[in-house]
Write a protein that binds this ligand. Sequence first.
Ligand code: NAD
Length: 480
Amino acid sequence: MAYTYQQHIGGEWRDALNGATWNVINPATEETIREVPFGDGSDCRAAIEAAHLAFPGWSRTTPYQRSAILKKAADLMRERMDQLAETTTLESGKPLLQARGEWAVAADLFEWFAEEGKRAYGRVVPSRNPARRLSVTRHALGVVGVITAWNFPIYNVARAGAAALAAGCTAVFRPSELTPLTAMEMVAILLEAGMPANVVNLVNGEPASIAREMLENPRCAKIHFTGSQRVGRLLMDGASRTVTRLSLELGGNAPVLIFPDVDLAAVARGAVTAKFRNAGQVCVSPQRFFVHRAIAEQFSAEVAKVASALHLGSGLLPETNVGPLITGRHRDTVEAMVEAARGEGSKIVLGGRRPANLDKGFFFEPTVITGLTARSTLFSQEIFGPVLPIVAFDDTDAAIAQANDTRYGLAAYAWTNDLRVAQRVAEHLEFGLVGINDWSPQATEAPFPGWKESGIGQESGPEGLLEYLETKVISTGVGV
Ligand code: NAD
């Protein structure tokens, strides 16, 4: 399927109606990779209209027909992994290996939801009235708008898209303007896999006016949003007037509790891999390291030693483990947080500044900081950068209370070999994803639930399909 890097609306690759364009930047070089259309609410209106036209046909196909297309798309993603990963690395900066991993998960999501779509079961309910038969059925919601963040240019889009399409919804994707090329490639693959015209649409452009159109256009049944609390709140404000359904996957501030009985060197190695993945720009990134005082100093030294061997650079180079941050502005924010910590009397054990040897690109050194208190800014706000702050703890219950003392509730981690401690921590942490001796608690086949301000709704797993289905009760009178 021939395509260009454009919007896809009503079965055609299109420029923006207003003719505006946007330069997609490589964050490792600060150079323009490509110019793409940059539309607004009017492009979104056309896309919603197209998706609305396609909805009756797509929602009435059988889940088996939808499954065949979604599985074919998964196969194409796996076949073209190298080229797809390169696009994702170019626009997001992440190392190629991580970009490949992200596409592998996207393929898993399409394949898994291709199957799960077949299990949109209803049920028959025994009625209290002998003259009535009650059944409960599930129905595709309609047109879904999908607004996503740049940190996982394909995973964020695929997680909502695979479930929505498997459920029988049609879609208008609005990827981050910082990383639209990856999503454009995904749409091209879906079309090549046999997706009927108009079922998938993609707009790139001005976020507020596109979101307004999605909220105010009654033909858009739901918005899935992955991004910040700030924008999540704006969408909730808008939806309070239109009653548009919302799924919100928002930020995190994950605590990590490390107990003294662990294999310290192994946990330090794992911590470095998990923390500096995607330069820390991960919603489930381990952030607040609470380390038992008996091993805190040794752990800090070990983590700093392992992190000092990380190679910072362009994600296209095979030796790179840590790429740039997404924009200069975002790097400034991370830098300011580290400077604030310096002012709070902490000790920068490693990094803490822009690398002297890289004069282009939005790089920031892998940073390890100790001597903080749980009240420090680096503990209270999501860092979203390559910074690993550590505080020592003495008492398990006090550490759990500090870990829970946040408005975020996405991921949390604990490392211990004591089963009783593990069980207590797992039960008491107020987070949707808890990794016990595991740095990756998220899975395609399990839900991804953000507690507190980390979100509303659950993507992936069986719960992820339900996000795109409405429930209907059919009551049939059968006489007496
Ligand atoms: P952001 O909220 O600034 O942007 C996210 C998306 O919203 C982008 O596409 C952006 O263009 C768009 N947007 C901006 N203003 C908008 C508006 N007024 N109306 C509608 N859309 C608007 O977030 P970000 O900084 O790009 O992404 C990082 C955040 O995303 C972090 O907080 C991270 O934790 C979160 N995140 C969460 C998950 C999850 O699954 N919970 C996954 C990835 C990222």
